[in-house]
Design a protein around this ligand. Structure first.
Ligand code: FAD
Length: 319
């Protein structure tokens, strides 16, 4: 059975849930081989997790250069592994850093790239949103080794304990790989809520909220559901909520089980970041708002009436 390379998504060695999802997906059409790229000493934190989710092998490359330069070192190492291992496919998560790495790997290996897959069949046919997510198509790579960027929450992670073989990868980088140096890192403030891109439930607020302080309504509903909080660009541009919480074409892409849009019109650029959510609920006072064209459930009404009632009802049912 051919290997399927899975780029491990992690924060300082702590694997993100999407890594388990990619390993689970890889098992459906090959032998999952995790590729861990990180700073020296970080792999130790990921080892157990990768074994728990069925990695048959782990390629380990640790170097200060991997996190010290943008994209280049990771892409160079991964592309070299693709050449050596001739895998059936390469799977990476649809996050900002990994998207960049995926594109570089596809270019270096002269391979086809599939972007934003929400499903991948055993014969490597991907379901994918294109044109900013407004159209869903099925696609298959016909050249080289398929490099597939998969949205978080596309696969339910299943544990499959294994004892992976470990292979240390020598890090010998070209000058070209060190083209863009990281000069500073700003760690996102911790909110105590789930990570926006990985959350099972997301509650987002838009211009309809009218003011920064009204985001408290969205946060309360989110906390009742154990959800992450998102925002439209109108809300982040107005300074009502941090830009790191923006959902959409120029923000983050989310694909939760449940997406609740509060006071958001449903512009194409917002839709691009959330339309593959499994169930979409919209609260809007305008029955003609575009979001009702693609929402699964629509609540026409004033959010200042609807949201507190919704929150209270959920709290009551939880009790
Ligand atoms: P509006 O479109 O103003 O909608 C507000 C909604 O709230 C209305 O439908 C209104 O009926 C409703 N409302 C008002 N009061 C109430 C109330 N009391 N109760 C209930 N409902 C109420 N946008 C993004 O979100 N993400 C992006 O990443 C993004 N990227 C962009 C990139 C480009 C290049 C461009 C040009 C635009 C981008 N936009 C993005 C902006 C996008 O086009 C919209 O302007 C934006 O999404 C609108 O945000 P909104 O829905 O909150 O505001």
């Amino acid at each position: 059975m051919a290997e399927v390379l899975v780029l491990v998504e992690h924060a300082d060695g702590e694997p993100k849930k999407v890594t388990a999802e990619l390993l689970t997906l890889a098992r459906t059409f090959g032998e999952p081989a995790a590729v861990f790229l990180g700073a020296p000493g970080t792999y130790a934190k990921a080892k157990e997790y990768l074994a728990q989710y069925g990695a048959a092998k782990v390629y380990v490359a640790e170097s200060d250069d991997i996190a010290g330069y943008i994209g280049g070192p990771a892409a160079e190492i991964l592309a070299k592994l693709v050449g050596e291992a001739s895998p059936a496919a390469v799977l990476v998560a649809a996050t900002a850093d990994s998207r960049e790495i995926a594109a570089r790997v596809a270019a270096r290996t002269d391979s086809g790239l599939i972007w934003d897959a929400t499903a991948l069949s055993a014969d490597l046919v991907a379901t994918q949103g294109i044109f900013g997510g407004s159209t869903i198509v099925t696609s298959k790579v016909t050249k080289g080794v398929p490099v597939v960027v998969v949205r978080p929450n596309s696969t339910a992670p299943e544990a499959a304990p294994s004892t992976p073989a470990e292979q240390t990868v020598e890090v010998a980088l070209s000058d070209a790989a060190k083209g863009a140096k990281v000069v500073d890192r700003v760690v996102e403030a911790k909110s105590g809520r789930p990570d926006l891109t990985e959350a099972q439930v997301v509650v987002s607020g838009g211009r309809g909220l009218g003011a920064a302080e009204h985001f408290a309504l969205v946060e309360k509903l989110a906390d009742t559901l154990g959800a992450a909080v998102g925002a439209s660009r109108a809300a982040t541009d107005a300074g009502w909520y941090p830009h790191q919480n923006q959902v959409g074409q120029t923000g983050k892409t989310v694909s939760p089980q449940l997406y609740i849009a509060v006071g958001i019109s449903g512009a194409i650029q917002h839709r691009a970041g959330m339309q593959t959510s499994k169930t979409i609920v919209a609260v809007n006072k305008d029955p003609e708002a575009p979001i009702f064209e693609f929402a699964d459930y629509g609540l026409v009404g004033d959010l200042f009436n609807v949201v507190p009632q919704l929150t209270a009802e959920i709290e009551k049912r939880k009790a």
